[in-house]
Design a binder for this molecule. Structure first.
Ligand code: FUB
Ligand code: ZN
Length: 651
């Protein structure tokens, strides 16, 4: 039996009582029968001074407050306030999905309370909860767009109306706030809306229901995990069933674009709107975690492989085409035209997170890492006040990619909720022991699944320096396994326990160290951060003959700021030149830069004819300095590119 939110007693031996909310992981998989491992709660995994802590701090200190101001300025909160007023003033502003932006901001703020308790922020969340719930109708319906003169349009525009998308984010905010404070008012508001759906929607004679933008599916799975109420998971199953195809007269192109409306197991590839497709896949993986459904399992595996082998950028971004914000065909990965919405990188990352927890296979963490350190990290400026909606892999200075605000402002709060909860993505537990997926300075204060308290203290220079020490401190001596992910990029990793070397450390796998651990045990790992050239599958025509540079998890780009005498679009890498490292100074201080010799073309290519009988060959030697991709345009707009032609690379 599942433990429900309300339980204050032991149910089925699993519910810890009134404080059960404290124990719930980032995803509450503790009772998910098909989970190979279980995420830890956000409060259990504290990031300490280092790469990600800096990003988390700026998110909490700058990004959350400034974005709330902007949400206020753009009327997003007033859209709720006005519904409690007889005069309905001020008029509603923004596109029809703005409610979700506030909910996502609240989710981010809620997670941040587990990182840094803040009474003022908590009071603000309570105030926003009251404002939101004052707009909820007695039926449970809650949406600021389909009201008054637009009320008759409710559920009439299910392919584009985002009513269920907004509800999904409301539930996720409610769950996060509940897990952070034990307060369930916002969550209960979300549940009231779900109960209204259960009452009035479903097979005839009830009304049809479709997620025109998938998102509710994963929220319902988490609601099921939180409440124990199976009807919520069944509703997700209904949304995946595709039964509304006929009733809503969906066209084939709707089924592709929405990634909704046809039986999920009939999906064979990622297509259509990238965020929709990846949220749907995430929700489907959640469904497998709960049910083990074999057809769904085969499908999510096939879709993940489509992403990893054919449709993801080297930065972990996804969604090649700007038109419709869609996936391209297999291997269609343009660089300057890349859309690669921040939300799509996040959606791909959480899809991989579910697959990791389903299987325990390191390749899923590998793809999470690629996205986190590159195409997600790039989404927010180091100042915490500018955001990328698109994350192209090359751009001229004239392309204003980082902006404080977007009318469709889905990405900024999505980045925030990822960064505030980030520590909990680093560790999981299973019956065998503890898993470490990513490496940064961090302290885990949690417990083994046997109940023994466990403290892990990670001290590392990652992602810039490979020396890493993990202090393992169980509450009492006990036999268990410490699973350490050895990243695929670390080709020769050294590992030892208490000074004793471990052999057979394989890149791209978890190193499972099983022993009787006792307080004072130390694991030392040295990751191999040799900078390397990366080559794309030759079917990616845009990257053929080119290379990118990568060191550890960080993908680099060549940006004009550091190469004032070079046209970054008219230079090649020299495949024989060494790749050297240098500590960055100034705005990028703390980071490691890459330096190498490149080859520039003689004279601007713009003066050459478009077609010639001899190829243009770059021959003039020039020094090149590469910076981490995530920092593109962080020091102001400038030409940059990730992929460069590579002479002498053996093409
Ligand atoms: O559909 C509205 C927004 O557009 C969603 O939040 C994102 O998926 C974005 O692509
Ligand atoms: Zn977005």
């Amino acid at each position: 039996m599942r433990c429900v939110v309300l339980c204050a007693v032991l149910l089925g031996g699993v519910c810890a009582g009134q404080d059960a909310w404290r124990e719930q992981g980032l995803l509450h998989l503790a009772q998910s029968p098909h989970a190979r491992m279980h995420p830890v709660p956000v409060r259990a995994a504290r990031l300490e001074a280092g790469f990600w802590k800096a990003r988390q701090d700026v998110t909490i200190e700058r990004s959350l407050p400034t974005l709330l101001e902007l949400l206020e300025q753009h009327g997003v909160v007033d859209n709720f306030r006005r519904l409690a007023r007889a005069d309905r003033q001020p008029p509603r502003r923004g596109p029809l999905y703005t409610d979700s932006d506030l909910y996502k901001w609240m989710e981010a703020a809620a997670w941040s309370l587990q990182v840094r308790p803040d009474a003022k922020l908590e009071a603000k969340l309570d105030e926003l909860t009251d404002i939101i719930l004052a707009a909820q109708e007695p039926s449970g319906y809650l949406n600021t767009w389909f009201v008054d003169e637009r009320a008759p349009l409710r559920w009439q525009q299910q392919t584009s109306g985002h009513e269920l998308y907004c509800l999904g984010h409301l539930l996720q905010a409610g769950i996060a706030y509940y897990r952070s404070t034990g307060k369930r008012k916002l969550l209960d508001g979300g549940i009231r809306f779900v109960e209204y759906l259960l009452r009035d929607f479903g097979p005839a004679p009830k009304q049809p229901l479709l997620t025109g933008h998938p998102e509710l599916e994963l929220a319902l799975a988490e609601l099921y995990r939180t409440s124990g109420d199976r009807r919520y998971l069944d509703l997700a199953a209904y949304l995946f069933s595709g039964v509304e195809r006929e009733r809503l007269k969906l066209r084939e192109r709707d089924l592709v674009y929405l990634f909704s409306g046809k039986p999920f197991p009939e999906r064979t590839q990622l297509e259509g709107h990238a965020v929709r497709a990846l949220y749907a896949s995430t929700g489907a993986a959640d469904y497998v975690l709960e049910t083990g459904d074999a057809a769904f399992r085969r499908t999510v595996l096939r879709l993940w492989e489509d992403l990893a082998f054919r449709k993801v950028y080297v930065t972990g971004g996804a969604g090649a085409r700007a038109a419709g914000e869609t996936f391209g065909d297999a291997y269609e990965l343009p660089n300057q035209q890349a859309y690669s919405e921040s939300c799509a990188a996040i959606a791909g990352m959480i899809f991989s997170q579910r697959m990791l927890h389903l299987t325990g296979e390191a390749r899923y963490a590998e793809l999470m890492e690629r996205a986190l350190y590159n195409g997600i990290c790039s989404g927010m400026s180091s100042s915490g006040t500018l955001y990328c909606y698109r994350n192209p892999l090359a751009a001229p200075a004239s392309d204003r990619i980082r902006n404080p605000w977007y009318d469709t402002t889905c990405c900024p709060p999505n980045l925030q909720r990822t960064f505030t909860a980030l520590g909990a993505y680093f560790f999981s537990t299973s019956r065998e022991g503890i898993w470490v997926h990513f490496y940064d300075n961090a302290a885990l204060e949690w417990k083994l699944e046997s109940g023994t308290p466990l403290r892990l203290k990670v001290k590392t220079g990652m992602p810039w320096h490979g020396e890493t020490e993990i202090a393992v401190e169980p509450g009492k001596a006990e036999e268990f396994t410490v699973f350490l992910r050895i990243p695929g990029w670390s080709l020769s990793t050294k590992a030892e326990v208490n000074g004793e070397g471990i052999s057979n450390v394989k890149p791209g796998e978890y190193l499972a160290i099983r022993r009787r651990w006792r307080a004072g045990d130390r694991v030392r790992i040295v990751f191999d951060l040799t900078p390397r050239r990366v080559f794309a599958n030759p079917r990616v025509s845009e990257d053929y003959g080119k290379a990118a540079l990568q060191r550890g998890p960080i993908v680099y780009c060549l940006e004009k700021h550091d190469n004032p005498d070079v046209d970054v679009f008219e230079v090649a890498l020299d495949g024989g030149a060494p790749l050297e490292t240098e500590a960055a100074t100034g705005a990028l201080a703390g980071a490691v830069l890459l330096k190498t010799q490149g080859l520039a073309y003689e004279g601007p290519l713009g003066r050459r004819p478009l077609y010639e009988f001899q190829p243009a060959v770059p021959a003039r030697r020039v020094p090149l300095v590469f910076v981490p991709y995530f920092a593109f345009h962080d020091r102001g707009p400038a030409d940059f590119t990730v992929w460069l032609p590579c002479r002498g690379c053996g093409f």
